[in-house]
Design a binder for this molecule. Structure first.
Ligand SMILES: C[S@@+](CC[C@H](N)C(=O)[O-])C[C@H]1O[C@@H](n2cnc3c(N)ncnc32)[C@H](O)[C@@H]1O
Length: 205
């Protein structure tokens, strides 16, 4: 499925910072308080892996993290990060192709689900949903449209840019909330960032 950010690995974080300041980081870090001690954590689409350093600040040890990232260049950068004394299994593949044991305590999908067409989102979503134990949390960050005119323009510009540079398949936002609702996940917490253009949500399985 086409959402591989390989070509953008060398500039992704700088561009994100230039356009959004710290909003993309703040939205993800905001959710990390929900990660229990010694949890078995699934991270899908972690990009350059800066999240490891934020995780290690909160949980210097005890986490067992499985890190699935499709882009080899993103993975190479992620491997260089400081993971503290946490354990990390790096898997350089698409989540829908990976065969993992369904025993995760929590899943993180930071700006992953908004990259797909509705059809492929369902496949990616389901491949993650089955890996979570009952009653566990799914921490998601995505772009969202809340009616402000500039959000549509920024979104369009992003999709065009990443289609040209990386071949990203989406050209409009897929129905992410619907996926969670259809699979009977319960919305536990919701917070917006950057003029409501960024949504950080906590769902419970
Ligand atoms: C928009 S980037 C976000 C990166 C990072 N989470 C951040 O916020 O800086 C989405 C990431 O998901 C990865 N990705 C896309 N499809 C994937 C899939 N099916 N399985 C695993 N990773 C995927 C991309 O290569 C990219 O690194």
């Amino acid at each position: 499925m086409a959402a591989n950010y390989n070509n953008s690995a060398w500039f992704y974080d700088s561009l994100a910072r230039l356009v959004y300041g710290k909003a993309l980081v703040n939205a993800q870090v905001y959710l990390l308080k929900h990660i229990p001690e010694n949890a078995k954590v699934l991270i899908v689409g972690g990009g350059t892996g800066w999240i490891f350093e934020e995780l290690a600040r909160i949980h210097p040890s005890g986490l067992q993290i499985t890190y699935v990232e499709i882009a080899p260049n993103m993975m190479a950068l992620s491997r260089k990060r400081n993971i503290g004394n946490n354990q990390v299994t790096f898997i350089n593949d698409a989540i829908e192709n990976v065969d993992l044991t369904a025993n995760f305590d929590i899943a993180l999908t930071p700006f992953l689900l908004d990259n797909f067409t509705d059809e492929n989102l369902t496949k990616v979503f389901n491949s993650i949903a089955v890996l979570l134990k009952p009653n566990t949390l799914w921490l998601n960050t995505s772009f969202q449209l809340t009616g402000k005119w500039w959000q549509r323009i920024m979104l369009k510009a992003m999709f065009i840019f990443f289609k040209l540079t990386c071949g990203i398949e989406a050209s409009k936002l897929p129905e992410i909330d619907k996926c969670f609702e259809e699979k009977h996940f319960k919305l536990v917490e919701q917070q917006s960032f950057f003029g409501e253009f960024i949504g950080a949500t906590v769902y419970q399985k």
